[in-house]
Design a protein. Structure first.
Lengths: 113, 113
């Protein structure tokens, strides 16, 4: 069975500090991977997607970057956090074709103070 | 400009009633419309989805009615249960060459016992 694990579960960080969030998918080879951001009580905004190792496409610019160092790993990071980065970060995976079902992780709650 | 719009931020129904959640979209190229259900503190999970070649999709107590001409769709939840209380997101994407899934702002459903 496929599992998706996000870490950490929650973070409290200071403005201007760096950030690294991670996501690992087990039980599925070569998944499509996605990062979404959700403001508290808000909609889900797609940030990045990756179809293969080493290739990441940006959907919206929010002073964040993403990398896919391994087939089953997706990393979201920034060198300098802004207050507006607060929210819920969700990693998701899908099967090999477009528009197929997205499977979301439990998310990371980020508070920037 | 919101490409996927959910008209109600919140909806309250009594147990046993049919909850109707509405959604509209702007882009005629959209042809895949999933509904995701999200409980507090968790990632969203796919509930039911429809493609634009169909006007109705049923799965148990959940039914999507789709109107391509009017560019709107609705999710009907029959015999609503308190356990259905959650936020429901309508989403849309275009099949050809797009890896983006656009989410609406969500409707928070409360089912009163």
């Amino acid at each position: 069975a496929q599992t998706i694990h996000q870490w950490p579960v929650a973070e409290i960080k200071a403005v201007g500090s760096p950030l690294s969030l991670g996501c690992t998918i087990k039980g599925k080879s070569s998944p499509n991977l996605y990062w979404y951001w959700q403001a508290t009580g808000g909609t889900l905004q797609q940030l990045f997607y990756s179809i293969t190792v080493g290739q990441v496409e940006s959907v919206v610019q929010l002073n964040l970057s993403a990398s896919r160092p391994k087939d089953d790993q997706f990393i979201l990071s920034t060198e300098k956090l802004l207050l507006s980065h607060s929210g819920f970060y969700l990693c998701a995976w899908s099967l090999g074709t477009e528009n197929e079902r997205l499977f979301f992780g439990h998310g990371t709650k980020l508070s920037v103070l | 400009q919101q490409q996927v719009r959910q008209s109600s931020q919140s909806l309250t129904v009594w147990e046993g009633e049919t909850a109707i959640l509405n959604c509209s979209y702007e882009n005629s190229a959209f042809d895949y419309f999933p509904w995701y259900q999200q409980f507090p503190g968790e990632g969203p999970a796919l509930l039911i989805a429809i493609r634009s070649v169909s006007d109705k999709k049923e799965d148990g107590r959940f039914t999507i009615f789709f109107n391509k001409r009017e560019k709107n769709l609705s999710l009907h939840i029959k015999d609503s249960q308190p356990g259905d209380s959650a936020t429901y997101f309508c989403a849309a994407s275009a099949s050809s060459g797009s890896w983006q899934l656009i989410f609406g702002s969500g409707t928070q459903l409360t089912v009163m016992p």
